[in-house]
Design a protein around this ligand. Structure first.
Ligand code: AP5
Ligand code: ZN
Length: 214
């Protein structure tokens, strides 16, 4: 399947992605994860992206479209993929359509992680991540066995630099202004499925599975 996950910061896209990936054998492309890896490695791309990311603003369409164009060429992405955090502007959605048209394919479903803004601050400020594996924890909702330590590798967990209440405000503003129109763009094509992203993780997973098996 060719899927897009869209929703505000903290809505659960990164939490559901590994489960969807395992069940449907897809490749998982998360532009945020790829950009954070580039920032950590101080690559030319990372240097260009860092300022906007730290402020909670979107990086330029050209940069992220370039990353996705490159990543989608991987053999593992030929049969299907999950896009997590892309497209985030209507321009990005149009570019993606062009890319897929060239391959003679299209998006099957857009999963909309619908949730009230008020819930998101607690989710974002309590999040801890293990960047090498992409595993995500939460001090209250999904605590690791040992605080600050990854369950599997025992390596330290970190908090994202943009996971503060302050930066969350800009990220939410960017979501409402620039990304909500993307949901309308796909709704017109009849491709959007609504999820109740405020529910506990397992219930959201069940909703995702229902949508994908129908
Ligand atoms: P990105 O990394 O995509 O961040 P985001 O969209 O802000 O989304 P998050 O990763 O914060 O949320 P999530 O939905 O994955 O939540 P999670 O599952 O971890 O982007 C970061 C930045 O990169 C952007 O600001 C921008 O600068 C740049 N960028 C990226 N893509 C771009 C693009 N296409 N164009 C331009 N710029 C781009 O869950 C959050 C927490 O809640 C976790 O702790 C988790 O354990 C917990 N949780 C999850 N689900 C539940 C649940 N159901 N109940 C209770 N707790 C839950
Ligand atoms: Zn994420």
């Amino acid at each position: 399947k060719r899927l897009i996950l869209v929703g505000p910061p903290g809505s659960g896209k990164g939490t559901q992605s590994p489960i969807i990936k395992d069940d449907y054998c897809l490749c998982h492309l998360a532009t945020g994860d790829m950009l954070r890896a580039a920032v950590a490695a101080k690559t030319p791309l990372g240097i260009k992206a860092k300022e906007a990311m730290d402020k909670g603003e979107l990086v330029s369409d050209d940069l992220v479209v370039g990353i996705i164009d490159e990543a989608m060429k991987k053999p593992s992405c030929q049969k299907g993929f999950i896009l997590d955090g892309f497209p985030r502007t209507v321009v990005q959605a149009e570019k993606l359509d062009e890319m897929l048209q060239k391959q003679g394919t299209k998006i099957d479903k857009v999963l909309n992680f619908a949730i009230d803004d008020a819930i998101l601050e607690e989710r974002i400020t309590g999040r801890w991540i293990h960047p090498p594996s992409g595993r995500t924890y939460h001090t209250k909702f999904a605590p690791p066995k040992v605080p600050g330590v990854d369950d599997v590798t025992k390596e330290p967990l970190i908090q994202r630099k943009d996971d503060t209440a302050e930066v969350l405000k800009s990220r939410l503003e960017a979501f409402h202004r620039q990304t909500e129109p993307v949901i309308d763009y796909y709704a017109k094509k009849g491709a959007v499925a609504q999820l109740h992203a405020e529910k506990p993780p397992k219930e959201v997973t069940a909703e995702v599975q229902k949508v994908l098996s129908s």
